[in-house]
Design a protein around this ligand. Structure first.
Ligand SMILES: Nc1ncnc2c1ncn2[C@@H]1O[C@H](COP(=O)(O)OP(=O)(O)O)[C@@H](O)[C@H]1O
Ligand SMILES: [Mg+2]
Length: 138
């Protein structure tokens, strides 16, 4: 995955604060260079979706943001704090959660927010905290 992702949903306010800022994000699995410079912002209140064919690097982008990949470079700022060099536990403690959902396990009776809340079981606090929930992305 490469290049710049532009996210400008009609509902976002031009003045909304930037919650997540990703710049020139590059990532590797061993010798395999997977991400070649991913750029995007997520503003408060936005829902941003990564689209791409299988193997394009969507999951790797999220894993790189969360620090659960061997090598990554570039810049990832969460609420203004640089987290590109932080360990995954420190990143999670700042209030970001990665909720991998396999489509074959999706329950059609469970709404998106419930799935997101289920994902919050990865939260280090062990509790659901709505002030933190609003920051998650899946
Ligand atoms: N654990 C891994 N080790 C080595 N290569 C991987 C690993 N996970 C994914 N890849 C490779 O990284 C690329 C991006 O994969 P991925 O981020 O899973 O794509 P997507 O989520 O868009 O389907 C693919 O070429 C995939 O084969
Ligand atoms: Mg994936």
């Amino acid at each position: 995955m490469a290049e710049t992702l532009t996210a400008a949903p009609a509902s976002s306010s031009a003045n909304a604060k930037t919650v997540l800022e990703v710049r020139d994000l590059q990532a590797w699995y061993g010798e395999s260079h997977i991400l070649h410079g991913v750029n995007f912002d997520v503003k408060q209140g936005e829902v941003v979706t990564l689209l791409g064919r299988n193997g394009a690097g969507k999951t790797t982008t999220l894993k790189s943001i969360m620090g659960i990949i061997g090598k990554r470079t570039g810049s990832v700022k969460f609420e203004g704090n640089e987290i590109i060099k932080a360990s995954s536990d420190k990143i999670a403690k700042q209030g970001i959660a990665f909720c991998p959902v396999c489509t074959e396990n999706l329950n059609p009776d469970v709404v998106v927010m419930q799935s997101a809340k289920d994902g919050m079981r990865f939260d280090t606090s062990g509790r659901l905290n709505w002030a933190r929930d609003r920051r998650i992305f899946v």
